[in-house]
Design a binder for this molecule. Structure first.
Ligand SMILES: Nc1ncnc2c1ncn2[C@@H]1O[C@H](COP(=O)(O)OP(=O)(O)OP(=O)(O)O)[C@@H](O)[C@H]1O
Length: 280
């Protein structure tokens, strides 16, 4: 196994005496080159989990290992792509993509060449000299994906990267991300609220339960030999994931709405894009 989590727990100190346990006993394995999505109710600790794997924060208990080595710090082998594109508005697309390489003291010529290759991969070669404000939302996200990939990471950690985009742009980026994943063989851990997105992109979908976040269940996405998932399998899996999440969403609603709670089991619906639970 490539990425391994064993009994990971995370608590945050809220007040002097108050501790908030956000993640509890999280254990899973991901194979090298796998594309795995994580879905779960709002606040169950999905982003926190990505932070721990990236090394930007430390687990309170448990172990995180990449290729048998414990994760203690951030490293260029694990790069995070956030929902906000996070580009520097004052720098061109090319300079944005080169930035991490220059920080790593890569010679400028080499950094420029690598950045240009990445821009080609995300079909933005013609925009190398443009500034972020001259790009559409989808283009900015492609730049941020290029900026992550140029570091040649082994693991790409994506935290709801397409949540703020319109449906059409999101679909285009799904297609591009899958193409990039197939070409680069990078291991992807993808957090989303969108069940359909999770099923369409991933080989495995991990469902988390509400706070403190635990692994509730996991589903393998079956594909045919040519890598396509038939619609019948997709729909069936979406229903199963939704059913697994219903109970968790009910808990969140009960907690947050208190007396106003009027949830009826089975009444949770996805919107037309398969998005569910993001408002909770
Ligand atoms: N640095 C921090 N200090 C204190 N509490 C934190 C910190 N980071 C996260 N939390 C708390 O941990 C819980 C989980 O947050 P997290 O962002 O990981 O959830 P999430 O599942 O990604 O949520 P969403 O789906 O809404 O993005 C929240 O209650 C949040 O307030």
């Amino acid at each position: 196994m490539y990425l391994t989590l064993k009994g990971v727990e995370k608590s945050f100190q809220h007040n002097t005496n108050d501790k908030l346990k956000v993640l509890d006993d999280i254990s899973f394995d991901i194979e090298k080159g796998q594309f795995v999505s994580i879905v779960g109710p709002s606040g169950c600790g999905k982003s926190t989990l990505l932070y721990l794997i990236s090394g930007l924060d430390k687990a309170t208990k448990g172990k995180i290992e990449v290729a048998g080595e414990p994760v203690n710090n951030p490293g260029p082998d694990r790069v995070v792509v956030f929902q906000e594109d996070g580009l520097f508005p004052w720098a061109t697309v090319l300079d944005n993509v080169m930035y991490g390489l220059l920080l790593k003291k890569t010679p400028k010529k080499e950094a420029e060449q690598k950045a240009k290759e990445m821009l080609k991969l995300v079909h933005l070669s013609n925009y190398a000299g443009a500034y972020p404000h001259q790009l559409s939302g989808g283009m900015k996200h492609r730049v941020s994906i290029a900026r992550a990939l140029v570091m040649d990471p082994d693991i790409l950690l994506m935290d709801e990267p397409f949540a703020a985009l319109d449906e059409q742009t999101r679909m285009t980026l799904h297609h591009e991300l899958l193409e990039i994943w197939r070409r680069t063989k990078v291991t992807v851990l993808f957090v989303t609220h969108n069940i359909r997105e999770a099923v369409l992109l991933s080989q495995k979908v991990i469902v988390m339960g509400t706070r403190p976040g635990k692994i509730k269940t996991a589903f393998t996405v079956q594909t045919t030999q040519d890598g396509v998932t038939p619609d019948s399998i997709t729909l069936d899996l979406e229903q199963k994931i939704l059913a697994a999440l219903e109970e968790e969403m009910e808990k969140v609603l009960r907690e947050e709405l208190g007396d106003d709670y009027s949830f009826k089991t089975g009444s949770v619906h996805r919107d037309s894009s398969g998005d569910m639970g993001s408002g909770i």
